[in-house]
Structure formats: C-alpha cells, structure tokens
Design a protein around this ligand. Structure first.
Ligand SMILES: [Zn+2]
Length: 76
C-alpha cells in the first residue's frame, strides 16, 4: 500500500487530473487509486466532473472558486 490515505487522495485528485502534481505525488495517487476500492468510484466521478468543467473552461484554467464550490457540493 502507499503512504497517502484516501482523504489526501481525494483532496488532490483535481491537481492530479490537472497535471499540477509533482511526479512522486502523481505516482502515489495513481497507485492508491489502482489499489483502493473506496476511492475508485469517487475518482471516476471526479474525473467525469473534471472533464465536464474543463470543456466549459476552454479559454483558461478552471477558476479556483468554481473548484471550491464543486468540492463543497460533493462533500455535502
Ligand atoms: Zn482510497
């Protein structure tokens, strides 16, 4: 198993999708997602959401505000 836990993975999943993470963090998350039954479906959901938002924000990077709003939505 990897050293990061589910919470950390899900916190960083958008940075992961965005390609903002360093190589080590990227590999850790990738490994965790491959092994963790709990994070798998959540990651899939986030990935679809990310793709959707990205399509809507083609002119520039995804606004941090929008990200935070979506995260709050998902947590609630
Ligand atoms: Zn997990």
């Amino acid at each position: 198993m990897t050293e990061i836990d589910c919470e950390q993975v899900l916190e960083q999943v958008w940075s992961y999708l965005d390609g903002e993470l360093g190589e080590n963090a990227y590999i850790e998350i990738q490994a965790h997602l491959a092994e963790c039954a709990g994070c798998g479906p959540k990651y899939e959901f986030q990935r679809k959401l990310f793709t959707l938002v990205e399509q809507k924000c083609k002119e520039g990077p995804i606004p941090v505000e929008l990200k935070q709003r979506l995260f709050r939505l998902l947590e609630g």
